[in-house]
Design a protein around this ligand. Structure first.
Ligand SMILES: [Zn+2]
Length: 290
């Protein structure tokens, strides 16, 4: 399958042909700028029949693009940028023209994610059919001495509800399941088909003694009611796999896989749903399969 996207100027972006669903699609991996990481991570993906959504900054576009051309059907680019950058729209164009499939991990906004000042960026990304990966919930603080204009409150998961409804052709991935707003995350996910979650980060460690708790969050399996959208799949299919490997720490990939499997075991999630969680859902998005 070859997919063409026509640009306003008439040039066509050709996305790589990919006719076979891999076993794993990692929705969340940070490029640390070291080309050796690209090789090591791609090797890891090959060993598990995987693909990855690689988060890369503007300054790394050329490196990542060249690597992806040499290693087709393994990595998809996500452009790391600040929503508050004065040149944000041009950056979206640049990532798109380089063949990147989305933006992320969006984080640290100066206003809430759903603030109208960011709508032109979402509109542009929607035009390109992009995937937006948002950091949601509590965020780390690395340098305690440095003053920062950062607040987890502006990244609450419920700020994605408006974006999902207002920009229905965007695919939103809320990283970290809104930690700790899990209940809100699931509820807005229930009504927004274009919103999914990864559960990377500290959540599966925090909840390891109580993993069946998530059954109360993803509660709507097989329910027939006018008060919930019709679905014949497990509510856990709101999850996609994300490793949140950063700083080149590849061991995190295996740890996340193990944690995801423990969660899905504890909640009795069926095999067909696991296939979608680990790759099927994102494979359809990436290949425009409806
Ligand atoms: Zn994050």
């Amino acid at each position: 399958m070859r997919i063409f996207l026509l640009l306003a100027c008439g040039a066509a972006i050709v996305y790589p042909a990919d006719t076979r669903r891999p076993k794993i699609i990692d929705a969340h991996v940070h490029f640390n700028g070291d080309p050796a990481f690209l090789t090591a991570y791609t090797k890891k993906l090959e060993s598990v029949d995987g693909q990855g959504l690689l988060i890369a900054e503007q300054k790394h576009i050329a490196t990542v693009k060249a690597f992806m051309e040499r290693n087709p059907n393994r990595l998809y680019g996500l452009g790391q940028m600040s929503l508050d950058h004065p040149d944000a729209l041009r950056m979206v164009d640049e990532f798109h023209e380089a063949g990147f499939r989305g933006l992320g991990e969006l984080t640290g906004p100066e206003a809430s994610y759903d603030d109208k000042r960011y709508w032109p960026i979402y509109e542009r990304a929607e035009k390109y059919g992009m995937i937006l990966l948002f950091h949601t919930g509590i965020v780390n603080r690395r340098n305690f001495a440095e003053p920062m204009n950062v607040s987890s409150d502006r990244m609450r998961v419920m700020t994605l509800d408006l974006i999902a409804r207002r920009f229905p052709k965007l695919t939103l991935i809320a990283a970290h399941l809104g930690n700790p707003d899990y209940a809100w995350a699931a509820e807005i996910g229930r009504w927004n088909p274009n919103l999914v979650f990864d559960v990377s980060g500290s959540t599966l460690y925090k909840k390891q003694a109580d993993l069946s708790y998530f059954k109360s969050i993803f509660w709507w399996d097989n329910l027939v009611s006018p008060h919930t959208p019709k679905t014949n799949v497990s509510a856990f299919e709101k999850l996609v796999f994300g490793s949140d490997v950063f700083g080149g720490e590849l061991a995190e990939f295996e740890r996340e896989l193990e944690l995801y499997n423990k969660l899905l075991d504890a909640c009795g999630v069926p095999a067909a749903s696991r296939e979608n969680i680990f790759s099927g859902t994102l494979w359809k998005v990436l290949n425009r399969v409806r």
